[in-house]
Design a protein around this ligand. Structure first.
Ligand code: SIN
Length: 327
């Protein structure tokens, strides 16, 4: 008889407030992120074995960082570990514990790079593990429920009982426990008492911003130097001085966080057009919290296909990297 391997759920720790500690239990802002190991976080959830329903739990501490300090080196390590575990037939999916501050960037990075058929679920917390009422354990338990749901696929984010897709999720509040939303798209579902109630089907069509084939992943991950891409905000009194200096310094890409429907202060616009002419990749995203830049006749700078400035930066970097890797 063929031996059926026991299904597993993998949990990768990267730090964040979910792993944070404060000197005083009532302190939800004066804490240090990334102090508690992923094993300690899981050990603190007594109902976890029941939630896993006999599945094997595999854990790895990939990083231990406040996600404001997320780096290319950690992204590469995380992508490599995800790739390793996703290729294991016994693995049902991956949960990643992550800080809230750059969670949406990591989610988009992993989604566009890996395009996984299995679920990769990022979760987090707004209060440290030492809080009087920490939100991390419930979020982690919810992520474990999502990763085992047969309808789950691709990179998802779970926070405060809400499931978001990687393309749309964004942190929209610096303090509330329900700190994320999916903008105009709305969430994909809700986790209620260990069950996922999907309000949308989770499908990931080919994304217009992804400009390379999945075969290029190894080449991308092996590239020793990743492109230098910065974000510049257009605002009252903006100038082109910083963009000019960045181009002189050798920047590879610039994302403009534009006003409204992709408009730019004329001084910054002139400088970005010079940058584009000099071979720098330039993309316009809107700095508005909702909506996206709508293209119109006469646009001289491309738009971000609905990506926020931080996600447009990730895509610009990966597209440039893929072009460099497959040249
Ligand atoms: C972080 O992003 O690592 C710190 C903030 C948080 O997780 O809420």
């Amino acid at each position: 008889m063929q031996q059926v391997e026991q299904a597993s759920v993998v949990v990768l720790g990267t730090g964040g407030t979910i792993a944070g500690t404060a000197a005083q239990a009532g302190d939800n802002i004066g804490y240090t992120a990334a102090q508690v190991t992923v094993d300690q976080l899981l050990d603190a959830i007594p109902m976890l074995p029941g939630a896993l329903g006999g599945r094997r739990l595999v854990t790895e501490q990939v990083a231990q960082v406040d996600s404001k300090d997320m780096s290319v080196a950690i992204w590469r390590a995380l992508a490599a570990r995800c790739r390793h575990w996703l290729a294991d037939a016994s693995v049902q999916g991956i949960v990643i514990t992550h800080g809230t501050d750059t969670l949406e960037e990591t989610a988009w990075f992993l989604q566009t790079l890996l395009r996984p058929g299995k679920p990769v679920v990022l979760t987090c917390a707004m209060r440290p593990a030492t809080s009087l009422a920490p939100d991390g354990p419930q979020n982690l338990l919810d992520a474990v429920a999502v990763v085992q749901d047969p309808a789950a696929q691709g990179v998802l984010a779970v926070c405060a009982g809400v499931v978001h897709g990687a393309r749309d999720v964004r942190k929209n509040h610096p303090y509330r426990l329900d700190a994320f939303d999916s903008g105009d798209a709305g969430p994909l579902g809700y986790v209620e008492e260990g069950r996922v109630r999907w309000v949308k089907s989770v499908t990931f069509e080919a994304d217009p911003v992804v400009k390379w084939s999945p075969d290029a992943i190894d080449l991308i991950l092996d590239q020793p130097v990743w492109p230098w891409v910065e974000i510049l905000t257009s605002h009252a009194g903006a100038s082109g001085a910083v963009a000019d200096l960045l181009v002189q310094g050798g920047v590879h890409g610039l994302v403009a966080a534009c006003t409204g429907n992709g408009s730019l202060h004329h001084d910054l616009e002139a400088s970005l057009l010079r940058a584009q002419a000099a071979g720098v990749d330039v993309v316009r995203a809107t700095r508005c919290a909702l909506g996206q830049v709508l293209p119109k006749a006469g646009d001289q700078l491309p738009h971000s296909n609905g990506l926020s400035p931080v996600k447009a930066r990730v895509s610009l970097m990966l597209n440039r990297l893929a072009a460099q890797a497959t040249r």
